[in-house]
Design a protein around this ligand. Sequence first.
Ligand code: ME8
Length: 509
Amino acid sequence: MKHAYYVTTPIYYISGNPHIGHVYTTVVADVLARTARTQGPAFFLTGTDEHGQKVADAAAAAGVAPQEWCDLLVPRWQALFAAYHVAYDDFIRTTQSRHERVVAAVFERLRASGDIYLGTYEGWYCVQDETFWLESKLVDGKCPTCSRAVSRLSEESWFFRLSRYRDRLLEHYRANPQWVRPRSVYNEMMAILESGLDDFSISRSTFDWGIPIPGGGGVIYVWFDALLNYISAIDWSTDDARFHAYWPASVQLIGKEIARFHTLVWPAVLWALGEAAPELVFAHGWITVDGQKIGKSLGNAVDPYALATRFGADAMRYFLLREAPFGSDFSYSEEKIEQRYNADLGNDLGNLVKRTLAMLQKYRGGVVPHPHGSDFSNRFGELPPRVRSLLLNLEFREALTAIWELVVTLNRRIDETKPWVLAKSEAAEDVRRLDALLYDLCEGLRWLAMLLYPVMPERTREIWRQLGEPGALDGSWEHALQWGGLATGTQTTQGDALFPRLEPVTLQT
Ligand code: ME8
């Protein structure tokens, strides 16, 4: 029985260093997992795609064996994800035996069921994308995805009988119009389905950096190998109870360029195995620079470490989620990050924390006062469930906009209530009003820390520390997010600015 939220990212080719595009998908998965955990168990998988010609070529160019190359590169990927505060539950590598075993077992099972058969492949191949193309799909004789030259291949090959699943795919698409998002990608895949599906070549015999075909005859095509990571990591066929606790995946995140594999081939492979299709495949847009997709080989990628150093990893996470509706392409520039940083984080949120704790220190010795019947909960009681459902529905920009209503309201309340005037009065009513305001501001900060924790897990920890809050920041929202949860008498401390002023420097690409 499925009982956990399961989110995956693509497993990344380690033909080079990671860039901000890889960070993007992985951060989004991290946000989803952290959000899901506010109401139950979750499992977040990422990893690396280590077989195939592209990785073998990169290793050869570096003068090392492919496995050695992978072992060198993986720590770089993991270190970058850690620098962006990503906390995955598992990191799968396709060269691990737990994965290779499953791929071989799937191959044997599907060969026995007739879903895999031996035929001849003739057509074009793009090494960069590790993709076979029909002549009719080429654009000016080049790869339709990356515009590079393709090479002609003719070889005996094992095929997955994808054509057998076309009708079921059509039915599945029609019955579940939300299973592939955004709509533009759903429509594109539907158009491919309607025009027909060919069987899918799943072996290679021209090089050997891959999982051997059981019984000999080459290696398994890197995409067939790679897709199976999503089930090998959760012990498909070796631990049924564990597998069924997670499968079908709640969300599989991918970039839109690999939607074909994930929404046409992948469900069919799963059905051939008697398993369910994922609940949702979300194919997000690209981060672009000067209108071009950021890519490992395009040379237009900004160093993601330099970005995290300049703006802070949490501010970058905020920017990536806040900047564009999730699904669309969006262009990245340092000016845009800087604007968001200064306006939303420095001015709105950072100043709210600073002003609140400074006033509390000045007027009440830093100790949280009595709330005196605050009515704030009436206005914001619905915010936590709303934010959670927006986040889990992958409407990140909308979720952050909703949270900012609270930030803006609290800032406005300070300006309207004028605590600096109240503080000069000794009238009981004024003392009570100042207490109530200060309480609401602190309680608002506690809410903001919890609500923003999935997006900014490190900066919210700092808010939490300054607030002196003893509870768990990453706990369930159900009980914690009731207005009035912050205890009167809590001792707060003022700390450094959450989002310090930026140094006027420009990063090099
Ligand atoms: O395709 N903007 O690996 P890959 C946004 N190994 N996201 C981007 C991006 C950009 N400019 N560039 C990359 C592969 N990404 C296969 C996947 S899965 C079974 C096998 C992200 O290293 C995005 O998630 O080329 C994209 O799909 C992924 O990195 C591609 O990574």
